[in-house]
Every structure is written in structure tokens, then in C-alpha cells.
Design a protein around this ligand. Structure first.
Ligand SMILES: *Cc1c(COP(=O)(O)O)cnc(C)c1O
Length: 375
């Protein structure tokens, strides 16, 4: 039986809502379902203002424009992350200063950040890896002390909480993803969260190709025109219709993922006890949104063998994040510091299949395979 790494799923109403969107006569951006999604997020998580975007990447690009990144500005972020975290700022001319991960989880090691701050530092971009929030309390204190912007890459962190507050509510701005590999999906999609009021008006303009069309549609002005830089960052209401159907089923989706995540944990504990592998530990103060399940092997060679072993059982597991400081594009621009923990996650981490349609039997089969590998 083939077990894919990920498989998109329908929760029931997606096709109905897409039909409704089309029949409403408006399937460009900011239609009926986009508004429903906006209200959902603002009401459920108390975000000051949200805007659906075509991707998390797009939301990060808007964020970089909003904080007015200029060539030579420095932005601090983890090296162990997806390329968009950095690329959105590099597009505006920023120099990325990569910081290392924690020893016990891939999130930013907050204690390593302060020595990296210079006069040119403009922002810190924490990534909530696997949906576990970064240690935001000391991070926000540091940002306040040095007057830095905080932009959360919360792509993986929907429905995650840190000390009782939702991911995405900490930074001046935050970005989420609804890519088909995330918990709540619409194929390709994302969202910008604006917690700092000062950015709301300009965010709407940047998202609408640099025009004040949003204010025009609300009847606040009698014609719209080109007023700032921007691009086309609105998703079609067809995508929002798909997304809204998923949001209505957030609870069962999350319950199922958490069930599967806990099964992995229980079934693999004996291997951690024998020191064969290292399992994820939930950082203090965090909840688990079960975005992804990973384990760490001893080294890259063993990791590659495990992935191959599972592949021979027709199970697709993957590794990810070649650390960005060693990437083809950025290695010459990096200042040469060694980032040992980031390298370890690049070399040793394996992600196991985790999606709504995965069954407990399949999780048991995968865990049996991993146990057999370590026999
Ligand atoms: C998935 C992901 C992104 C990109 O999301 P898109 O919606 O595909 O642009 C960015 N950062 C992190 C950490 C991610 O996991």
C-alpha cells in the first residue's frame, strides 16, 4: 500500500462553496468568501486585521515593503527555514544575518541573537517551526530594547498558542500559509496579519497593486489611483471559498492531526529510549498544532538510509531545509559563522507522512518500518 508524504483533502463543502462563489458573479479578490475568511480569523484569534494573499511568500513580501526595507538593511532570521522567509527581504535589498537554531528544537535560539544586532538591523523574523512557537517573550523584549520590527513567519503555525496567545499575534506583522502541505489548505494561499494599526492602510494599498482601490470599494473615496508601490497579492474568491470550507472544519482537522501526531510519538518512544533517534519535544509554554512530525537520526548517512528503507516499503518520507547560509544563492553573502544546530537539522531530520486522510493503521505501519530499520 502506497503512503504518500502528503495528500490534499476535501472536508465536504469545498465544491459547493466554489460553485456559490462563481454564481455570486464575482470571483476576483475580496469577494464574499474572502470576507468570511477575514472575519473568521479576526474573530477566532483576535488578530487586529488580516488580509488573504496568494501565498505566505506574498504576505512576507508585503511585510518587507511595509517596514520599508532599504538596500543594506539587516534582517535576522534562522538559517534553518524555507527560502521565502529570506527571499522576501532580499527582494528589497536586505542583507540577511542568519542565526542558529536551538539545540533541542529548530526554532531561533533567542540567546544567540543579541550579538548579531548592529546599527543597520531593522527586523527579526522568527519562524514557528513545526507549529511550535519561538520563545516570543525574550524575543519581544530584545526587539523592544533595540527598536526592531518583529515579523512572524507563522506559515506552519495556524491554531498554535504560546503562553495562551495565538501564533501570529506577537509580531508587528505575521504571515500564514494555506499551501496544500499545511494544516488548513486552499492549494496555494496565504494571509498577512497586521497587529500594528499603523500598517493597515498601506498594507491594503500594497496588496492592490499600489492603488487605493480597497478604500474606493468601501466608498471612502470617489476614484482610485496609483499611490504607492505594490503588486497583485489578492487571491481569487474561488480559493477563499475552498479555504472557508476548511476553516469550518478546523476542529475535526486539528483533532485528527493531533491524534496521528500522538500515535507517532507513542509508537516511536521506545526508539528514543534506546537513543536510536531523537523525537520532537514541545517547547515550554507552547501548544502542539500537529503541523508536522519529525525525528532526528544520528547523522546524514543514517537519515538517507532510513528514507530509502521506507521508500522500499512504498512510504514517502522527506528531509528538508538545506540551511540557507549554505545555499547556492547565499553562501557567498553569509559572513562565515558556523551554525551547528541548523546544520544538524539539515543533516539529520526526517519528516513522516502527516495529513488529514492518513489512517491510524498507516501510522502503525510506518512506525513498524522505522522499528525494523533500527533492529
Ligand atoms: C510553507 C512555508 C512558507 C511558504 O508558504 P507559501 O504559502 O507556499 O508561500 C514560508 N515559510 C515557511 C516556514 C513555510 O513552512
Amino acid at each position: 500500500m502506497h503512503i504518500p508524504f502528503n495528500k490534499p483533502y476535501l472536508t465536504g463543502k469545498e465544491a459547493d462553496y466554489i460553485r456559490l462563489a462563481v454564481e455570486s458573479g464575482k470571483i476576483s479578490g475580496d469577494g464574499l468568501f474572502t470576507k468570511k475568511c477575514h472575519s473568521f480569523f479576526e474573530e477566532t484569534y483576535g488578530f487586529r486585521k488580516v488580509l488573504l494573499t496568494t501565498s505566505c511568500t506574498a504576505a512576507l513580501e508585503i511585510a518587507a515593503m511595509l517596514i520599508d526595507i532599504q538596500p543594506g538593511d539587516e534582517v535576522i532570521m534562522p538559517s534553518y527555514t524555507f527560502v521565502s522567509t529570506a527571499n522576501a527581504f532580499v527582494l528589497r535589498g536586505a542583507h540577511i544575518v542568519f542565526s542558529d537554531s536551538c539545540a533541542d528544537n529548530p526554532n531561533l535560539d533567542i540567546s544567540a541573537i543579541e550579538p548579531l544586532i548592529t546599527k543597520r538591523t531593522k527586523a527579526i523574523v522568527p519562524v514557528h517551526y513545526a507549529g511550535f512557537c519561538c520563545d516570543m517573550k525574550p524575543l519581544l523584549e530584545l526587539a523592544l530594547r533595540y527598536n526592531l520590527y518583529v515579523i512572524e513567519d507563522a506559515a506552519q503555525a495556524i491554531d498554535s498558542y504560546y503562553q495562551g496567545k495565538p501564533a501570529g499575534s506577537f509580531g508587528h506583522l505575521a504571515a500564514f500559509s494555506f499551501h496544500e502541505t499545511k494544516n488548513i489548505i486552499c492549494g496555494e494561499g496565504g494571509m498577512l496579519v497586521i497587529n500594528d494599526e499603523r500598517f493597515i492602510k498601506r498594507a491594503e494599498i500594497i496588496r492592490e497593486k499600489g492603488t487605493n482601490r480597497s478604500a474606493f470599494f468601501r466608498g471612502e473615496i470617489d476614484k482610485y489611483s496609483w499611490v504607492d508601490i505594490g503588486s497583485s497579492y489578492l487571491p481569487s474568491d474561488i480559493l477563499a471559498a475552498f479555504l472557508y470550507a476548511q476553516l469550518e472544519n478546523k476542529k475535526p482537522i486539528q483533532e485528527k492531526r493531533i491524534l496521528l501526531w500522538n500515535m507517532y510519538m507513542d509508537s516511536l518512544k521506545h526508539l528514543e529510549a534506546k537513543k536510536s533517534i531523537v523525537l520532537p519535544s514541545i517547547p515550554a509554554g507552547d501548544t502542539n498544532n500537529a503541523h508536522l512530525f519529525y525525528l532526528l537520526c544520528q547523522n546524514a548517512e543514517e537519515r538517507d538510509k532510513l528514507i530509502l528503507f521506507l521508500k522500499q516499503m512504498d512510504i514517502n518520507s522527506v528531509f528538508h531545509y538545506l540551511s540557507l547560509h549554505k545555499s547556492t544563492y547565499y553562501q557567498d553573502k553569509h559572513d562565515g559563522r558556523t551554525l551547528a544546530h541548523a546544520d544538524r537539522y539539515s543533516d539529520c531530520l526526517v519528516r513522516l507522512p502527516l495529513f488529514f486522510g492518513l489512517t491510524p493503521e498507516q501510522v502503525r505501519l510506518i512506525c513498524r518500518g522505522i522499528s525494523d530499520f533500527y533492529k
